[in-house]
Design a protein around this ligand. Structure first.
Ligand code: PMP
Ligand code: GLN
Length: 382
């Protein structure tokens, strides 16, 4: 059997969701909304199911969705994209990220990853025989250590994988950080895989800036989006990649060998979604921002050291001020079993055991009544 996979544990999201179910806990662990996505998007997919759109669609995605992705890139970021040559639809951003890594990495190539990191990145880089070069952000503000990042790039660097807005930290890389990263990518003639699944879940009036829009980055970047996040439909697993035509052929071949195609009826729904008016996208972030504010204020009032969240579904909070002396795994287990609220230990987002172990990640993509109930339960417990 494959040794790397044998050494990989079951994902923390599955582990903690199972524990939540077992103990009747409110699940603020795995990041999924407890509300449905837009009705017109769901209706369009349902109609497509009834309309006979149930056989293999074109490999790179139904033209309607590829056109919608291109139009979305132009509308929000001023990117001119050829829908037929530069957009590939995948079964979720998870597949998209894997396909992008497969498209550019050869065994022995180095890939720069930033910790804390989403849990699929490292196993996939390693399975491809590439060498991860890990650089850690520094809490509590998750600052980018520029000298360390520069030192992680070298003659064997093929790519960097950047997640902004970032899971689990809620960090949004600012313009200067993006320019610094782009400078390294250009200098080392590398590629950037940009996990931008939270592009529309960004708060306080901040605008998302794709790395792809920076000078010299159009041809080097692979930009990944997810309908799961943008339409609050995480089970749909529709992702989309935007990249230069020179990269798209290889990305398409990776997709061809992973899943080949993605359900056409759901693609139809997502095409309708991406064409929604600006009010939808603004509403998505303002509604979520209110939830962030509710949970952040509630956790702070309970005594947590709440870190700032500028985007994503997540708040990270330091539980040491509560007087809890165990590590984050012990805290999240006790919180689930005793308080009946589930969170994710942030060490799950690190490659090695030596990591900050006093933060828990809470998802706030939930109805406000549920968030309030979770806060009340924690309040009774501490
Ligand atoms: N990247 C990040 C940072 C995520 O948080 C997620 C979803 N949890 C994904 C990728 C995967 O997205 P999808 O569900 O579309 O595969
Ligand atoms: N991306 C979601 C999270 O970070 C969950 C993804 C998953 O369950 N694999 O919570």
């Amino acid at each position: 059997q494959n040794a790397l996979l044998s050494a990989t544990g079951t994902t923390i999201f599955t582990v903690m969701s199972a524990l939540a179910t077992e103990h009747g806990a409110i699940n603020l662990g795995q990041g999924f909304p407890d509300y449905d996505g837009p009705e017109d998007v769901i209706d369009a997919a349902a109609a497509a199911l009834r309309d006979g759109r149930n056989q293999y669609p074109p490999m790179a995605g139904v033209p309607e969705l590829r056109q919608a992705v291109a139009a979305h890139n132009r509308r929000f970021y001023g990117l001119e994209v050829d829908p037929m040559a530069e957009v590939i639809v995948t079964s979720g951003a998870t597949e998209a990220i894997t396909a992008c890594l497969m498209a550019v990495l050869n065994p022995g190539d180095e890939c720069v990853l930033i910790e804390p990191l989403y849990d699929t990145y490292l196993p996939v880089v390693k399975l491809l025989g590439a060498i991860p070069r890990l650089v850690r952000l520094t809490p509590p503000d998750w600052a980018l250590p520029r000298a360390e990042l520069a030192a992680a790039f070298g003659p064997r660097t093929k790519a960097i994988l950047l997640n902004s807005p970032m899971n689990p930290t809620g960090k949004v890389f600012d313009a200067e950080e993006l320019e610094f990263i782009a400078g390294l990518v250009r200098l080392h003639d590398a590629y950037a895989i940009c996990d931008e699944v939270y592009e529309h879940l960004i708060f306080d009036g901040t605008r998302h800036v794709p790395l792809m829009t920076l000078p010299g980055m159009r041809e080097r970047s692979m930009r990944v989006g997810s309908a799961g996040k943008t339409f609050s439909l995480t089970g749909w697993k529709i992702g989309y990649i935007t990249c230069d035509r020179g990269l798209a052929a290889n990305v398409a071949k990776a997709h061809q060998n992973l899943t080949f195609t993605t359900p056409p009826n759901l693609q139809r729904g997502v095409a309708v979604g991406l064409a929604k008016d600006d009010a939808y996208f603004e509403g998505l972030s303002t509604h979520l921002q209110a939830k962030r504010d509710l949970l952040a204020a509630g956790l702070a009032a309970l005594g947590f050291g709440v870190l700032e969240t500028k985007g994503s579904y997540f708040i990270t909070a330091d539980f040491r001020p509560l007087g809890f002396t165990g590590d984050d795994v012990a805290f999240c287990r006790a919180l689930t079993m005793e308080a009946k609220v589930t969170a994710i230990p942030v060490t799950a987002f690190y490659a090695s055991a030596e990591a900050p172990n006093h933060y828990a990640r809470f998802a706030f993509c939930k109805n406000e009544a549920l968030l309030s109930e979770a806060l009340a339960r924690i309040g009774r417990w501490i």
